[in-house]
Design a protein. Sequence first.
Length: 110
Amino acid sequence: MLTDTLDIDAATFQAGTGWEIKPEGACKGEVCVPLGGGDFDVRAAAERLGMAVVSDDATGRHAIGPESLGGRALTTAVAPDVVLHDLDGNEVRLSDHRGEKVVVVAWAPY
């Protein structure tokens, strides 16, 4: 999640991370992590969820996440379904290869 300020509310945090702030804590799916109650504090929530918070003073931008419950950044090895076109223009879905080993190569010119 990228933001211009760390003074964000629970709804903005949920929109950016998927973690819903409830009375019992931060919840995503079946997982709830207690936050200790009180007003929502993004730094405290990020620390409790194992999310890195990185700030760039030169630009005033901040990056939050992803969660690393259990000390690992990946919470699942399931990739989102990516749809691309091959050289012949045929649609290729990553999900068509579920169960197979797939190498995904990405490149950015910047």
